[in-house]
Design a protein around this ligand. Sequence first.
Ligand code: AMP
Length: 241
Amino acid sequence: MAEQTARTIGPVILLGPPGSGKGTQAKRIAAHYSIPQISTGDLLREHVSRGTALGREAQAVMARGELVPDELMYGIVADRLDQPDYACGYVLDGFPRTAGQAGWLDAFLERQFFEKSEKWTPVVIRLDVDYTQLLLRLTGRRSCPTCGRIYNVHFQPPRVNELCDLDDSKLIQREDDREEVIRPRLDAYEVQTKPVAEYYRARGRLVAVNADQAVDELAAQIFGIIDSHVAERAGRGMTKS
Ligand code: AMP
């Protein structure tokens, strides 16, 4: 599929439980539309590995599979969204994760709207996957610490057991993909993140897709949803002027 040159896409929000493929699809979207990906999980893990004050605060919470408090998240997300690279849009993976974060993001976009006089309504896509499949995806997930490539020991194993196909590095498992942490993470999703889908559904913005399909097919479906959202917004802009 041909990648597109920069045009205004606006914010794309991927919702879905841990293991639903948000990271994989976010990377596809970012490459296809030439927009940056913001993964709050990756940003937090970066803080943890750099040993920043925020990282030290977040580390224990993440290790328990719970959510980092909203107030800590706002600072790191706002810092990113204010950068010039984000002027054509971005894909958010892992944010918002509470109804409070969703309200905060709307208020933030509204403020930006006054600055750039262009209304950015996010396109919100929820990836649905059944519970048994999620468990296999999470327990089987491994990644290469050198190149970041993601594998799954059940569905997409490396050619040689536990070694990266590209650079032979020993694959690692995320701390919070251990079985005892998976359940609290899925519980956090049920209790705190499901209301986010309700928040967007109530505003007529939620599109749910079956994410239990091949990565390329799902990506093609998601591009179709984003393209129609962008075309619709452009159409609305034209009728206004
Ligand atoms: P992820 O890589 O998206 O699964 O995120 C890993 C962990 O980072 C989560 O289990 C949370 O502890 C934390 N985290 C990521 N994004 C958020 C967020 N938007 N709000 C609160 N905690 C978050």
